[in-house]
Structures are given as structure tokens and as C-alpha cells.
Design a protein around this ligand. Structure first.
Ligand SMILES: [Zn+2]
Length: 308
């Protein structure tokens, strides 16, 4: 069976797997990125792990790499992702290509996850798909006519940086009131803690987003209010993208969506209120199915999809 290698590079860890055309992951490894040691440190480990996989599974067609953006995917360069500070300007594709006689493709991590969902689960039934992930940040990937749409500078689908409230909180990108600053896992937890402080309530040092959702489930009114606001903002942000793209399928993924069913259900209920009839009638909404391996599976899909 056709098999490709997927590499998922993140700010904290690198995950690598050999993925079959049917979506089965044959072998996988992961190790810390150790960003402070620079890209060559991680790439040396990537090359040795990939070499071992190739020795065991000789029919590898190519190597797909998903990485946080901004990237120059056409030239294979890691431009300037905030969580890979020592990698800025690094010619990642050239490094990997010089080690193996195989095609190598680099793409944005959210685009990889979108492609993974599309290729392995939905490519036979849909042509126009929007994938959006909510975890520490918010990112997206767009499939148009069955093809990943990356835009002119591989920056398509960055709906985390759509401004929802110009008077809202400062975003990591420098703008104010971006969707990511209002509805990502990091943002929701921050907003909740700010309101607890305003109220003069005690905050336990161990409290994270999980505690927020747990308190909301127990009926705490502040926790419920914070989540309601976030899901309203998220539905508003999604509606802008849906009205622009008119997808048939919206796939929601990432730790907040998959880990907190209340978040997903609220968004599903609210979103149709912000859409035109023609957009909502043709829209299916699904939860992403690939969980923690989404990045690896998606990166491999970027190779497998080149010959369908
Ligand atoms: Zn932003």
C-alpha cells in the first residue's frame, strides 16, 4: 500500500510517522524540539528517525512536513514562526531533501491538519471544505475544488487573526481583538482569570482551561458567561469565513473543540444564526477525527494526495 512519512514540527515537540493511504500509522516517534538548540539539532534527529523508518518500510513515496507559520512553502523555508525563534530563515526542505532521494513538501500545520482530515475521511464526498482548529491559538485550512488553497504567501485560512472586536484584547500578532485573542484556549482561560481577579475571587495556581469548563458544567455563572462569550465570538469569526468561501463542510478540531464538547455544541448551535440561508442550508459541521496524530497524518497526506 502507498505510504508516506509525515513530520509534525511544533514549538515543544516533533512527531514523525509512516502513514498508509488508508490512514493507518505504521510507525511513529516523537522527541522534544528544544528550540533553544537551533534547527540543526532537531533536524539531525529527524533525519535519523526518518532513515530508520525508510529502512523498515522501503516503499516510502515522500516526506511531508507540517510546521507553524509563517512559512515560505514554495521555497521550503521556515520564515518567522513566533514559537520557533531560532529557526527563522531556515531552509528546512533543502536540508531534508539533501538527506533522502525523495520528494519533500512543507506546509503550514493547520493546512496539514485540514488536508489530513480531507484526504483520509472526506475526499470522496466533498470538494469545498473549511477546517478550523482551536487550541492555544486558532488556525484554519481551506480546500477548494478538492485542492488545498494556500494563498499567495501560504497565509490563507488565518482566521484566528480576523478582528472581531477592534476594542478587544491585544493579540500576539500585534493587532487588537483578533478571534485568537478572544476565543482560543489561551484567551478563554486568560479572560476567565482576569474576571475572577476583578471579582476578588481566589485563583488556584493549577487552574487551566479544563477547570474553567468543569466549573461551567457545575453551574458556575462566571465560567458559563466566559464560555458563552467565547463561543459567540468564535461563531462570528467562522461566519465571516463561511460567507466568503461557502464550504459544504466545516470541520472543527484542536484541543478545545475535541476536549470540550460544550464548546463544540455551543458553536454548532450559534453559527447558523450568523449565516445567510444559502450558506447554512449547504453546510455540514463535523468534529475532526484525527486527534493528536492530526499533524503527522496531514503532513503525510500532502504527499499521498499528489497522485490520487
Ligand atoms: Zn492576531
Amino acid at each position: 500500500m502507498r505510504t508516506a512519512i509525515g513530520i509534525d514540527i511544533g514549538g515543544t515537540k516533533v512527531a514523525i510517522g509512516a502513514v498508509q493511504e488508508d490512514g493507518e500509522v505504521l510507525a511513529s516517534v516523537q522527541f522534544p524540539t528544544e528550540v533553544e538548540k537551533g534547527p540543526d539539532y532537531a533536524v539531525t534527529q529527524i533525519i535519523s528517525s526518518v532513515s530508520e523508518i525508510i529502512r523498515n518500510y522501503q516503499v516510502i513515496e515522500g516526506i511531508g512536513i507540517g510546521c507553524p507559520g509563517p512559512l515560505d512553502t514554495k521555497r521550503g523555508i521556515v520564515t518567522n514562526p513566533p514559537n520557533l525563534k531560532t529557526w527563522h530563515g531556515y531552509s528546512l526542505v533543502q536540508k531534508i531533501e539533501s538527506a533522502f532521494q525523495l520528494p519533500v513538501r512543507l506546509l503550514n500545520d493547520a493546512d496539514a491538519a485540514a488536508l489530513g482530515e480531507y484526504f483520509f475521511t472526506y475526499r470522496k464526498t466533498y470538494k469545498h471544505v473549511l477546517y478550523v482548529t482551536v487550541s492555544t491559538g486558532i488556525g484554519g485550512g481551506i480546500i477548494i475544488n478538492g485542492q488545498l488553497y494556500e494563498g499567495s504567501k501560504s497565509g490563507a485560512g488565518e482566521l484566528g487573526h480576523s478582528v472581531i472586536d477592534p476594542k478587544g484584547p491585544l493579540c500576539g500578532c500585534g493587532k487588537s481583538g483578533c478571534l485568537e485573542a478572544l476565543a482560543s484556549g489561551t484567551a478563554i482561560t486568560r479572560i476567565w482569570k482576569e474576571r475572577l481577579v476583578q471579582r476578588g475571587s481566589q485563583i488556584e495556581p493549577t487552574w487551566s482551561g479544563k477547570e474553567l469548563f468543569a466549573q461551567a458544567a457545575e453551574g458556575d455563572s462566571l465560567a458559563k458567561e466566559v464560555i458563552e462569550e467565547a463561543t459567540t465570538h468564535f461563531a462570528l469569526g467562522l461566519s465571516q469565513a463561511i460567507q466568503t468561501l461557502n464550504p459544504e463542510l466545516l470541520i472543527l478540531g484542536g484541543g478545545v473543540v475535541i476536549g470540550q464538547p460544550a464548546f463544540y455544541e455551543q458553536v454548532k448551535t450559534k453559527l447558523p444564526h450568523y449565516l445567510l440561508d444559502q450558506h447554512k442550508e449547504s453546510l455540514q459541521i463535523e468534529m475532526a477525527s484525527h486527534g493528536t496524530m492530526a499533524g503527522v497524518i496531514g503532513a503525510a497526506a500532502s504527499i499521498l494526495e499528489t497522485r490520487k
